[in-house]
Design a protein around this ligand. Structure first.
Ligand SMILES: Cc1cc2nc3c(=O)[nH]c(=O)nc-3n(C[C@H](O)[C@H](O)[C@H](O)COP(=O)(O)OP(=O)(O)OC[C@H]3O[C@@H](n4cnc5c(N)ncnc54)[C@H](O)[C@@H]3O)c2cc1C
Length: 437
């Protein structure tokens, strides 16, 4: 199906484009035809997922491919717990799809609105010292590459390409199938608590090592961290989910609606932000619940924001957080959004932000109507001093030259791209900047 493009906007409203053409292929052959047709007319072509990247990575000014018709499970290897999904499958569809097989995804980020291909293409991750981002769950993929042919990558076919294809930035081809290593379904016991930030930072290494999934949020202008600790339990462990009302009050009313009011008030009178943040800190209480993994990992985000997130060596996290605190206070900025801190295991995916090192993630946010430039740029300086690697799907000002220095496998990735997309059919302005022309 083909249509002329309406204006496409990403979730964070940082990017907009009117594609020359939108195509909605419903088979791999149709994706191949779209790539070949784009090549014949000298156009670029790009698949978009859910548009949840804040960076310009998904901007498709030529042919935009919408893979809504390519969703669901294609095959299940029950002995190896490996499941192949069509490339357009949304993360929020996966728990239901995996349920009949008693399986789950090993780890997830904090929302589930993205597509599997979009999530792996930018290095979407959750938290947990022993766990990598979603790309580390990828054991195979099928792509339509620059010349329109189909390339299968798996442990037995073209295996040498897996560390590139598992996190390909959308630069290597159109993902029509993604195979994930799943795990037996499990539940998570979650504990959320407000704790003194200094104490959390002082014992951070031990806290992260002690549990499966540890993260915290810190509201600038306060001395309190909201810690989130998730412990993995077998599927048959008794569940004590949050009641619908509690979920609504805490996650919808407090986390989203009240927060929306804070952001709007903070825009008019920035001086109120520290007071509101301190009030928010008092509203956040301790809560414990046990539920299916995907229900605990994912939350709702209805207040629109923009975000920059950097990966730094895990051991550097306390000093980076303290430096951001000093930066905000010394400039007298009023920041309503919390800073989010997460962790991941070192992995072997070439362009993974955790490639080759135990990683801490530090994310800064601003309300989408506020100008983030000055704050983000100053925080980025701090991150760069710690060898930081920006999340590919979040805002950053880096270029290929500077990123090459922090990714040991950068040139290997570029060589794979030269092979799979020599004519740069899948590139766009953002990719030209971060990986070169
Ligand atoms: C509210 C919110 C919460 C978030 N939480 C997290 C989080 O917890 N952890 C985290 O790491 N990130 C998080 N992100 C970032 C988000 O996960 C990533 O930006 C992710 O890439 C978005 O997926 P998407 O499906 O929207 O992809 P898009 O943004 O639409 O596309 C991303 C890239 O994938 C490519 N792509 C999409 N489909 C295909 C395909 N079939 N074949 C080839 N390339 C393809 C696109 O071309 C583009 O290059 C969050 C973002 C938002 C807005």
């Amino acid at each position: 199906m083909t249509a002329t493009g309406a204006v496409w906007r990403n979730w964070g409203r940082t990017e907009a484009v009117k594609p020359a053409r939108v195509e909605r292929p419903s088979s791999t052959a149709a994706v191949q035809r779209a790539v070949i047709a784009a090549a014949k007319s000298g156009m670029r072509i790009k698949a978009v997922g859910a548009g949840h990247s804040f960076s310009g990575i998904a901007v498709a000014g030529g042919v935009q491919l919408d893979l809504h018709a390519l969703r669901g499970i294609l095959s299940v290897d029950t002995s190896r717990l490996q499941v192949t999904f069509a490339g357009g499958t949304f993360l929020h569809e996966i728990p239901h799809l995996l349920k009949p097989f008693g399986l789950a995804m090993q780890n997830l980020g904090d929302i589930d609105r993205q597509t599997i291909s979009g999530a792996i293409s930018t290095g979407t991750h959750g938290t947990g010292r022993e766990f990598g981002g979603i790309s580390t769950q990828v054991v195979g993929a099928v792509l339509v590459i620059g010349d329109g042919t189909v390339l299968t990558v798996s442990e037995s076919e073209n295996a040498e390409l897996l560390p590139a294809v598992a996190l390909g930035l959308g630069a290597l081809g159109i993902l029509v199938e993604v195979t994930l290593q799943c795990v037996p379904a499990f539940v998570l016991h979650a504990t959320e608590a407000a704790e003194p930030l200094d104490e959390v930072l002082a014992a951070l290494d031990a806290r992260v090592a002690a549990v499966d999934h540890f993260e915290f949020y810190w509201f600038p202008h306060t001395k309190t961290a909201l810690t989130k600790t998730n412990v993995r339990l077998p599927a048959h462990a008794p569940r004590k989910p949050l009641s619908g009302l509690r979920r609504f009050i805490d996650d919808d009313l407090v986390a989203n609606q009240l927060f929306r009011v804070t952001c709007l008030a903070g825009r008019t009178v920035p001086a109120v932000i520290p007071h509101i943040n301190r009030a928010a800190e008092r509203l956040i209480g301790t809560r414990e619940f046990t539920d299916l993994s995907a229900r605990v990992f994912s939350t709702k985000r209805t207040v629109r924001f923009v975000e920059m997130e950097y990966a730094v060596p895990a051991a550097d996290v306390p000093s980076v957080v303290r430096a951001i605190d000093e930066l905000i206070e010394s400039h007298g900025w009023r920041i309503s959004f919390p800073i989010e801190v997460r962790f991941a295991a070192a992995d072997e995916v070439w362009l993974s932000t955790a490639s080759g090192r135990e990683t801490g993630y530090i994310a800064v946010h601003r309300y989408y109507r506020d100008d983030p430039a000055e704050y983000f740029r100053a925080v980025e300086e701090i991150m760069m001093a710690h060898g930081g690697r920006p999340h590919w799907g979040k805002m950053n000002t880096r270029d290929a030259e500077s990123l090459r220095e922090v990714y040991p496998h950068f040139d290997e990735f570029v060589a794979v791209r030269d092979r799979l997309d020599p004519e740069r059919r899948f590139t766009n302005g953002y990719l030209e900047k971060v990986i070169g022309r």
